[in-house]
Each structure stands twice: as C-alpha cells, then as structure tokens.
Design a binder for this molecule. Structure first.
Ligand code: HEM
Ligand SMILES: *[C@@H]1O[C@H](CO)[C@@H](O)[C@H](O)[C@H]1NC(C)=O
Ligand SMILES: *[C@@H]1O[C@H](CO)[C@@H](O)[C@H](O)[C@H]1NC(C)=O
Length: 515
C-alpha cells in the first residue's frame, strides 16, 4: 500500500486556505467580536446565557403564544432586572417604571418607536425620541384633550355607544329560545366600536365600521397582518433600519394605497386640507382643528391623526373584550355589576332612555364598574410584551444596582408590575374585582397607580386615557342596562393569544333584551 503523500501546497490550495482564513477572520470580526462585545457590556446583568448573546431566542418567542408570560417567568426567576436580549433589560416594578418615564432621568424612547413613523419625512409625537422638539410637540397636543376638547369627545363617545346599541338591535338580539339565536363575534365588534370612537373623535365623523358591521377598506385585515411585526420588533428593534431603507421602504403603506393603512393616511391628509381651505365654514370642534389652532404644522397634524387611530383602538378593545369575558365567567361579578347599573337607573332622575347615555361624571360614581375595569387592566395589562422600550441616556445609569451603559434598551415587564403580591394580595393570578373595594382607599389608590402605568406616565403618558376610560365605563353601563349576555361556546368562549398584546378571536356571544 502506498503511503499517502502529504499534499504539496499548490497555488490553488494556497488560495483556498487564504480565502478560508480571510473568511474566518471576517466572520470573527464581523460576528464573533461584536457578539462578544455585546455580551460583555451587560455581562453582569442576570438572565439566560443564550438570551445574552442573541436576540433570536426572544424573537422566536414572540411568534408563539405566551411571550408576555415568558418574560414574566424570567423576571420571577432572575430577579428585579433581567437581560432578555443582548441589549434589552427588563424590570418589573412600578418605581423603576415611573423613574424611567420621568423627565429628570433623561431616558429617551427606544428604537422600537421608529416603527410608529408613518411617513419618513415627518414625526408624530409618539415616534419622536425625546429632544426639545418632542417636548414642544407634546406641549401643543395636551390642551386638546381637556376642557372643551374632552367635552366634545364625550359627545362623540356617546354617539358611538348609541350606535353600538343600534347595531345590536339591528342584527343581534336573540329572541325565543331555540329560534332566532343571533350570535355576534365580539372580538371584531369591540374593534369596530373603538375604531369608530377614535376616528369619530379625530375627524368629526367615524369611518363607519359599526354602520357597515364590517371592515372598512380592509383596514383591520391589514393591521392584523402587521401586529406580529410589532412583537418581533420588540426583540429586534434594529430591524426598523432595514424597513426604512430601500427596498423595504417601498413596501411601507403610503397615501397612494387603495386599501388598509394607506387609505387612513390619505383620509387624514384630505381632512386636514379641508380644514385649511379659506372657505371652510364648519367650525365644529374636533382634534384636527384643535391641533391646528395650537400651532402644529398641517403635515404633522396628519401624523398625529394616524397615531391616534392606531393608539386608541386595539388597546381599548383588549380591555372591552377581556372585561366582558371575565364577567361572563364570574357569575357573582356579573350580577353585582348588573345590580349596580340597575340601581343607577332606578333613581328617579336617571330615566332609562336610549338617547341618553350615562355621563362620564355619573359613571365615575359606579364603584363596582371601576373595580371591574381596573381589575381587567391588572390581569391583562396592555403592553405586556416588550414594546415601548426606552433607552439609557449618554451618561449611563444604575438600576437595581446594575450599571447600564449608554444605549442599553430597557423595558417593563407589565405582568410583574400588576401581579405584585405585596400590593395586590396573594391571589394575584385571579380576576377578582372585590379586591379593589376591600382595600383601604389609600391602598386602592396605590394599586391603581401601578395598574394605570398601562397608560404609561410622566413625559410619555397616553393622551387618550380619559377617553379610553370613558368609553369603557359608558359601554358597560349602557349594555348591561339593556341586555343580558351569554357566551355561545361554553367550553371555550374565545381563543386568546398572549403576544404583543392580548389578541382574541372567535369570541361569540348572544344578547337578549332585559325588561
Ligand atoms: C386602554 C386603552 C389604552 C391604553 C392601555 C393606552 C396606552 C398607551 C401608552 C402605553 C402610550 C405611551 C407609549 C409610550 O410612548 O411609551 C400611549 C400613547 C398614546 N395614546 Fe394611548 N392607550 C389607550 C387608549 C387610547 C385612546 C382611546 C386614545 C385616543 C382616542 C389614545 C391615544 C394615545 C396617543 C395619541 C398617544 C401618544 C402620546 C404621545 O405621543 O406622547 N390612547 N397610550
Ligand atoms: C439630566 O440632564 C441634565 C442636563 O443635561 C443634567 O443636569 C441632569 O443631571 C441629568 N439627570 C440625571 C439623572 O443624570
Ligand atoms: C429632534 O429629533 C427629531 C428626530 O427624532 C429631529 O427631526 C429634530 O430635528 C430634532 N430636534 C431638535 C431640536 O434637535
């Protein structure tokens, strides 16, 4: 047998070796080194090792059911600050939440928010990442949401609540047993309601989701396709750079589109233009007019309008759906809420009348109603996924004893905030409105101060908070006064997915008139 001769280096093999060595070097420089550096910066923050070297672990989770629960479990296991991706750390307490959102801490919005830029030339306040311009913009937005502005919105909300009752009367009242059962898929109807409120408040008239009892210009269909992207961006916010660059920017919705988001953009542009015409005789108050009057440039008003519709609809409909589900599955709570609503209408001066929706001021007096709404926002908080992340300022900062260098992204684990046993009691996993009434007033205030962080706080606070609470209070009072509701599928009333937010489908219910 002939011994294998060692290969003589030939020009070809030398070239291959050199190429391979070069590739290895490039790989090391291009991938391993940055990965190592990324890992090294925050190596002292606890968390699973794999999560500390790649964002893909969490990104993959966002595609599956249970991503909020996943982050919550990590927080329980690793402590008050957890590294969930190489550059994102998560806290789970109300105090840190307030600190990060306070102007004095100098944090800025994280990269995630770049995704809420609908137009790459202009910024809406929600997408601006904290500089003087953002402060100035927010200062000009705020006045539109109180005083006469809020009173105008209350009228618009009332009109939408009446429209919802109209829709039930038109198509969904189940009558005699066995016949005439007319189930409603409430998952989408909740969105129709909140979308019509948001568009009605913004443009003076709603898009007409309830009137049509269906999607308008495929807006919902397209938003539903976009939602999972919000989750992935929570893990990989750097993706926004790719999305805003050629060629992906060509796929972004634009005002020229015939359907979906682009239609909303075009509509907003047209409505703003209409109000700028010298011949515009209509002086009825709406948000567009209020914003223009406060000196916001028309192109920026368009951006704010779009934000409002997106920010105001999905969020509020989550609370509507989950509160209704919780009531339907907790007979004691259902009866108590109904009794409270009946007691309200039985008072001499509150005649039950379809044209008269309960005022926000009156609704605020219904104690059990608010216990229901607060408890729902506690158990299923909005923003439970890693959305709304913020960035550590240039000076770096120390949180829970861990130094965080500049540029580290920090996000909240909302489930950690709203399931704090020290604050809410040992049965935090259970939906039980009574806990709000059993607590001393001081304790109840403290509990709400944690739960209402779902609307964010400080310089980031939600502008539509009062509108959202108003919508919820009025809807439940009106509907519980008029109807009895039951689930259609008793075994599984709806299908819930815990993703970026609490997404549900197949929530079939039936209405019967109360006498
Ligand atoms: C339960 C319902 C709602 C929840 C949980 C909620 C939550 C939030 C949160 C967390 C933010 C701040 C995000 C951040 O910058 O960190 C926000 C901003 C905002 N929300 Fe809401 N929201 C709700 C309903 C509404 C409604 C009904 C409207 C309007 C009709 C609305 C309008 C806005 C606007 C305009 C902003 C941007 C504020 C800014 O740019 O600083 N929201 N919301
Ligand atoms: C925030 O920035 C201001 C101005 O640059 C500075 O005076 C202040 O000390 C900073 N705050 C913190 C908590 O670092
Ligand atoms: C603030 O930031 C935005 C982009 O986030 C930028 O367009 C704007 O010019 C900045 N304004 C100031 C005063 O730096």
């Amino acid at each position: 047998m002939e011994a294998l001769k060692p290969l003589e280096p030939t020009p070809t093999t030398t070239a291959i070796s050199i190429t391979f060595a070069a590739a290895l070097l490039l790989f090391t420089i291009g991938f391993i080194l940055p990965t190592f550096r990324q890992w090294y910066r925050l190596r002292h923050v606890p968390g699973p090792f794999l999560n500390s070297i790649t964002s893909l672990v969490y990104a993959r989770r966002t595609l599956k059911d249970g991503s909020a629960q996943y982050v919550y479990d990590l927080c329980k296991k690793y402590g008050p600050l957890v590294r969930v991706t190489p550059n994102i750390v998560v806290f789970s307490d109300a105090q840190t939440f307030r600190y990060v959102c306070s102007p004095k801490a100098n944090y800025t919005k994280g990269l995630w928010f770049e995704f809420s830029r609908w137009d790459l030339e202009r910024w809406s306040c929600i997408a601006m990442r904290d500089n003087e311009s953002r402060k100035e913009r927010k200062r000009r937005l705020i006045p539109a949401w109180s005083g006469p502005g809020l009173a105008m919105m209350e009228e618009r909300v009332d009109a939408r609540v009446r429209e919802f009752v109209g829709l039930v009367e038109r198509k969904y009242v189940s009558t005699a047993p066995g016949e005439g059962v007319k189930p409603m898929e409430f998952g989408h109807r909740a969105q129709f309601f909140t979308l019509d409120v948001a568009t009605g408040v913004t443009f003076g008239k709603p898009f007409g989701f309830m009137e049509r009892d269906g999607d308008v210009n495929r807006y919902l269909e397209i938003t539903e396709v976009m939602l999972p992207m919000f989750g992935i961006l929570g893990a990989l916010p750097q993706l926004v750079y790719a999305m805003h660059a050629w060629p992906l920017n060509k796929l972004m919705p634009g005002a020229g589109d015939k359907v979906g988001f682009g239609v909303l953009m075009k509509f907003a542009e047209d409505e703003v233009q209409k109000r700028l015409q010298p011949g515009d005789k209509n002086s009825e108050l709406d948000l567009i007019r209020a914003y223009l009057k406060n000196g916001i440039e028309p192109e920026d008003v368009v951006q704010e309008c779009i934000t409002l519709v997106v920010a105001g609809s999905e969020t509020t409909s989550v609370v509507l759906r989950m509160a209704l589900l919780a009531l339907l599955t907790t007979p004691e709570a259902y009866r108590k809420l109904q009794a409270e609503v009946d007691a309200y209408y039985n008072k001499a001066n509150h005649k039950r009348d379809d044209s008269d929706v309960i005022s926000y001021a009156d609704a605020k007096e219904l104690k059990y109603l608010w216990a229901v709404i607060r408890e729902t926002m506690r158990v299923w908080p909005n923003g439970a996924g890693l959305s709304f992340s913020k960035q550590v300022p240039d000076t770096g900062d120390t949180i829970h004893g861990y130094y965080l260098p500049k540029g580290t992204e920090i996000a909240q684990c909302m489930l950690g905030v709203t399931r704090d046993k020290a604050l809410f009691g040992p049965d935090v996993e259970i939906w039980r409105p009574e806990r709000w009434l059993e607590a001393t007033p001081e304790r109840a205030d403290e509990m709400w101060a944690a739960v209402e962080l779902g609307f964010s706080t400080g310089k980031y606070i939600c502008l539509g908070k009062q509108v959202a609470l108003m919508e919820l209070g009025k809807w439940f009072t009106e509907i519980f006064g008029d109807y009895d509701i039951a689930p259609v599928n008793n075994v599984s009333p709806l299908k819930l997915v815990d993703g970026v937010t609490w997404l549900s489908s197949n929530f079939w219910i039936r209405f019967t008139r109360r006498n």
